[in-house]
Design a protein around this ligand. Structure first.
Ligand code: PGA
Length: 255
């Protein structure tokens, strides 16, 4: 039984003050959906205040990236132990990191291992571009991202993984994949590749999310699919009503 999981990726939005206001709006609704894991991933500066505001609740916090090294001369980077001070989760390998900040399967793999070494749960993103999709390369790309990005993991760690399948053409475009399309890739390619590199017993325990234009109005369709265990939400996670509705849909449909 995989516990439903919904995470909000705020991306580069919200000052500390704006973040506090949004969380104040979110808290009552999020506390009510207590049969699922719900996680907020604000920009780094807001983590400290949000950790105070969510203390004593079961609402989790996540960072949107981190470096794999312990400390040192890496200007502008944040180390795993610094993330761990406030967070239980960290998003790794988001397509925007891959596209704009030269993130590769190899750096994702180092970060995933560093996250587990520090007791953080990685939320690892995979997904194909529009061109790759149109060229019929979705399976090949997603399989490679899973096999390389999640290489050489201890099965005891791997079962804790959260993987998000996010077709890049669906991110921030308002054009979500269909629930059937997402289910097919998640079941055959994401879970299939996890089974190939780990084992089907391990792959069956790993939570796999869909991401890309998830909203309150379409979330339940995704959650009704047997292999979709939740969602990674961008734009709609910045609206308290919509994000709460998505969490409620996960609880009603899967939990
Ligand atoms: P979106 O973003 O929900 O705005 O499409 C999803 C993501 O990038 O994680």
């Amino acid at each position: 039984m995989r516990k439903p999981f919904v995470a909000g990726n705020w991306k580069m939005n919200k000052t500390v003050e704006q973040a506090s206001l949004l969380v104040a709006d979110l808290l009552p609704g999020l506390q009510a959906v207590n049969k699922i894991d719900r996680v907020l991933c604000p920009p780094f500066p807001a983590l400290m205040v949000l950790s105070q505001m969510t203390a004593g609740t079961e609402i989790g916090l996540g960072a949107q990236n981190m470096h794999w090294e312990e400390s040192g001369a890496f200007t502008g980077e944040v180390a795993p132990a610094m993330v761990k001070e406030f967070c239980a989760y960290v998003i790794l390998g988001h397509s925007e990191r891959r596209a704009y900040f030269a993130e590769t399967d190899q750096t994702v793999n180092k970060k995933v291992k560093a996250a587990f070494a520090h007791g953080l749960t990685p939320i690892v993103c995979v997904g194909e571009t529009l061109e790759e999709n149109e060229a019929g390369k979705t399976a090949e790309i997603v399989r490679r991202e899973v096999l390389e990005g999640l290489k050489d993991l201890d099965p005891a760690d791997a079962v804790k993984l959260v993987v998000a399948y996010e077709p890049i053409w669906a991110i921030g475009t308002g054009k979500a994949a269909s629930a059937e399309q997402a289910e097919e890739i998640i079941a055959k390619i994401v879970r299939g590749s996890l089974a190939e590199s780990l084992s089907s017993a391990v792959a069956d325990q790993i939570r796999i999310l869909y991401g890309g234009s998830v909203k309150g109005s379409n979330a339940a369709e995704f959650f009704s699919m047997p292999n979709i265990d939740g969602a990674l939400v961008g734009g709609a996670s910045l609206k308290a009503d919509d994000f709460t509705k998505i969490c409620q849909a996960a609880q009603d449909t899967i939990a």
